[in-house]
Design a protein around this ligand. Structure first.
Ligand code: GLA
Ligand code: ZN
Length: 658
């Protein structure tokens, strides 16, 4: 198993490298990621390359048995590049060029930037393809834009639209340019949508186009790496749901393995739902296990400091990811940098470079992971539940939220967290992924719903699947025109409902009491949005308790073919509502967790190679005693399980099921 750190030898005097490498080895590390921000050190002036320092660092590390992943260093362009080719810097929507000095300042259509990025990639690949220490590549770093509004981007945008729509007549129709008299008569008239109130169809395509630019940029590097380094793997460090600039499923297509950067103490959650959900997305990108390329090793912050991981929490964070399918663990960063914007972003070592508490915890965690590694081999999660994440819908909501603060990842989390609490593992798939093998599909806020996807969801239910979908689903066509059918459009027969009216609700002032029926007992609160559902054929599970909505439903269920379709037309304030709903959905699918976890405990199952490994993670700062399957081996302690098990605060257990 690869375990290690993100290391920046160029930040430290050479006479320190040996100490670092020895400390890494002592910690059980066998990999580092290097160089993803080192373009100017590798190419100090255009066309002159200097690899000696990096060769030396790789040699020092190599002597301690440490392998290397190299980042293509294009996330920060050298100052000389920006000076020599100023158009390489992106133009903001105000028309002003970005001032060089951060990261990701580049325009993705600028010829100089693309050629130079390809050239540094080629130079590095040529230099390192035979280096026995180098095992793989990370493309760029957290690829995520920016949107650029320069002239070449505009020209490419027009070309992209021409390729997509073929004729202006088709584009005018697809965008509905009759509105406000925005009809285009030449391709050259098409503007980049600089304002959030530009035509929503144009805004959605603009986001698709920008995602495509990012993917093309990565592809140009991948082509070089594949041809020069056929033995190396190629990965990229995703931000899971943390950026909307690039469709992650598309970006992953060119890669061998997906990786991600996990910083869960940032938002200080008690229970790390977000880290679990991010991991499930990243695992689902390639439908296989993934790497952690940056794992929280200390408190972060670019201005104020975040909290420090508590004793035991570094291990908890790492094991949670392994429980979700991580097969490698790289902590960010080895040593806290004394300079620059990330002086506060704490690594395993502090500014002083002395191995302390965090080093000891990483060492102990590495020991656990090496111990588990042989049994983890060829195991992964095999969920029977998938949540659909639709990037198009997320983008479309960016120009028309529909209700206050609407965010697709938050919509996903309403259900995701309830599955987590129920001890049920999920995949996070894209709408075009196959649905075979799943018993339950949850499709939150599929705002942009092409007919083909709608039909696929109906087929899934007809064949015996359980579908749960909700508000704003099926509102828009693929080009962000409102469908003209009565909602929920093609899903009507399957869900057994119609929705003629709906509304946004304004914060705390406007809510409805939400009353469950006998089949779904309880009272809750409906917030932010309400579909006025006409139940038709469907069974009503909850209603709005409001004088004008007595005959309407808020939550329905409908048997269709061999399966069941659930529809929720609102957002409940109470997590308990979602727990009850997910319980009902699980019952409909006759699906049970391996083990029902007590509050604060997370359960996942890695299986394969005739092994079943049950991960139990305690997210609480207190010990928890719970029932477990007796007579199995707990792999971290090597002890046989009795009928119950006590997990320390932040503790974990990995039970090999018989
Ligand atoms: C991201 C980047 C890192 C670093 C960390 C901490 O994940 O990939 O280079 O900037 O955030 O800020
Ligand atoms: Zn540009």
């Amino acid at each position: 198993m690869y375990i290690g750190a993100d290391y920046y030898p160029e930040h430290w005097p050479r006479n320190r490298w040996e100490t670092d490498a020895r400390l890494m080895k002592k910690a059980g590390f066998n990999v580092v990621r290097l160089a993803e921000f080192s373009w100017v050190m590798l190419e100090p002036e255009e066309g002159r390359f200097e690899f000696d320092w990096l060769d030396d660092a790789i040699n020092v590390l190599g002597r301690q048995g440490i392998s290397v992943i190299l980042g293509t260093p294009t996330a920060v362009m050298p100052a000389w590049l920006a000076r020599k080719y100023p158009n390489a810097l992106a133009v903001q929507n105000t028309g002003q060029r970005i001032v060089w000095g951060l990261r990701k300042n580049n325009c993705f259509t600028n010829g100089a930037y693309r050629l130079l990025s390809e050239r540094i990639t080629r130079a590095m690949a040529g230099h390192y393809h035979n280096n026995p220490r180098v095992i793989g590549w990370q493309t760029d770093n957290e690829i995520n834009g920016p949107h650029c509004y320069c002239d070449t981007c505009r020209a490419e945008w027009q070309d992209w639209l021409r390729a997509r729509y073929g004729s202006l007549q088709t584009l005018n129709q697809a965008w509905g340019t009759h509105f406000w008299g925005h009809f285009y008569q030449t391709w050259g008239e098409i503007q980049t949508p600089t304002h959030e109130h530009h035509n929503p169809s144009a805004c959605l395509d603009w986001r698709r186009f920008n995602s495509w630019l990012n993917i093309r940029f990565q592809h140009e590097q991948v082509v070089v790496l594949r041809s020069l380094c056929p033995r190396h793997f190629i990965t990229h460090n995703f931000m899971a749901f943390g950026t909307t600039q690039t469709n992650p499923h598309d970006l992953a297509m060119d890669l061998d393995v997906a990786a991600w950067d996990n910083y869960p103490v940032w938002a200080d959650p008690e229970i790390k739902y977000g880290a679990a959900c991010g991991a499930d997305l990243v695992r689902s990108l390639k439908k296989k296990n993934f790497w952690i390329m940056e794992q929280t090793a200390g408190g972060g912050g670019w201005d104020v400091l975040n909290r420090n991981p508590r004793p035991g929490e570094i291990r908890n964070i790492a094991l949670q990811q392994v429980a979700h399918g991580a097969d490698a663990m790289v902590w960010f960063r080895w040593r806290t940098c004394t300079a620059g914007r990330e002086q506060y972003w704490h690594g395993i070592l502090g500014h002083d470079g002395k191995p302390g508490r965090r080093y000891r915890e990483c060492t102990a965690t590495a020991r656990d992971l090496h111990k588990l590694a042989p049994l983890l081999a060829n195991t992964t999660l095999k969920p029977k539940v998938a949540i659909v994440y639709d990037q198009d819908s997320r983008w479309a909501f960016e120009t028309q939220r529909s209700y206050k603060n609407n965010e697709v990842p938050a919509a996903i989390r309403r259900y995701y967290d309830a599955f987590f609490r129920a001890g049920i593992n999920v995949d996070i798939i894209r709408p075009s992924d196959p649905l075979t093998g799943y018993k339950i599909i949850v499709a939150p806020e599929l705002f942009v719903l092409p007919d083909a996807t709608a039909s696929k969801l109906c087929d899934f239910v007809r064949a015996g699947g359980v579908l749960l979908t909700d508000l704003r689903t099926g509102v828009m066509t693929e080009t962000c025109l409102a469908h003209t059918h009565t909602l929920p459009g093609l899903l009507t027969d399957m869900l057994g409902i119609t929705i003629e009216e709906y509304e946004g609700l304004n914060g705390d002032k406007q809510t409805y009491p939400l009353a469950g029926t006998d089949a779904f007992p309880g009272t809750f609160t409906s917030t932010l949005y309400a579909d006025w559902i006409k139940p038709g054929q469907a069974e009503v599970l909850a209603r709005y308790d409001a004088w004008h909505l007595k005959s309407h439903a808020a939550l329905t269920r409908h048997r269709h073919g061999k399966g069941t379709g659930y529809y929720l037309g609102t957002i409940a304030a109470e997590p308990a509502f979602y727990d009850a709903l997910i319980k009902a959905v699980l019952d409909s699918a006759k699906l049970k967790p391996v083990l029902a976890p007590p509050p604060g405990i997370e359960i996942t199952l890695r299986e394969g190679a005739s092994r079943k490994l049950l991960f139990i993670i305690n997210h609480l700062e207190q010990a928890v005693t719970m029932k477990v399957p007796a007579g199995n081996v707990e792999l971290l302690s090597g002890r046989r399980t009795g009928p119950s098990l006590t997990l320390d605060r932040y503790g974990a257990a990995v039970i090999r099921l018989k």
